[in-house]
Design a protein. Structure first.
Length: 141
């Protein structure tokens, strides 16, 4: 199981969300703009287009008790960039690109637990490949 990575995503351990965020998954999802949240039961992904917005969200999580120190053994989250992968070492998550039947024009970026199967790939509600950031632009094809 895995979560789709597009642009810049904050990836959190699901257990930390359940323990530290008021309302757990539902509370987190309700606090975010539509189309930015998805979870596979082990990882939670929140997508951003701009790094300052992702960093502001991380600061909000830290106020709720999340550990956000990059590379810390006990970190509850990691930043994943679609171009660069995980932006800090992380023992509980790995970044990779995979072929996927829903993405016929090329591989998609995902984050998953080490050793976990790639599929199913969880995406935000309403996500469609044809209008997604994962689809290469027309001028590339």
């Amino acid at each position: 199981m895995s979560v789709l990575i597009e642009s810049l995503c904050v990836v959190l351990e699901a257990e930390a969300v359940l323990a530290k965020f008021p309302g757990g998954f539902e509370g987190l999802a309700a606090s975010l703009p539509p189309g930015t949240f998805c979870a596979d039961g082990e990882l939670v992904r929140v997508g951003f287009m701009r790094e300052p917005d992702a960093l502001e969200f991380i600061a909000r999580l830290e106020q709720a008790g999340f550990v956000a120190s990059p590379g810390a053994h006990d970190a509850d989250l990691v930043l994943a960039d679609v171009s660069r992968g995980l932006l800090a070492p992380c023992a509980w998550a790995e970044f990779t690109r995979v072929s996927w039947s829903c993405a016929p024009l090329g591989p998609v970026a995902i984050c998953k637990r080490p050793g976990a199967p790639n599929e199913p790939i969880f995406t935000p509600d309403g996500w469609e490949y044809q209008t997604s950031l994962s689809k290469p632009p027309e001028w590339v094809m």
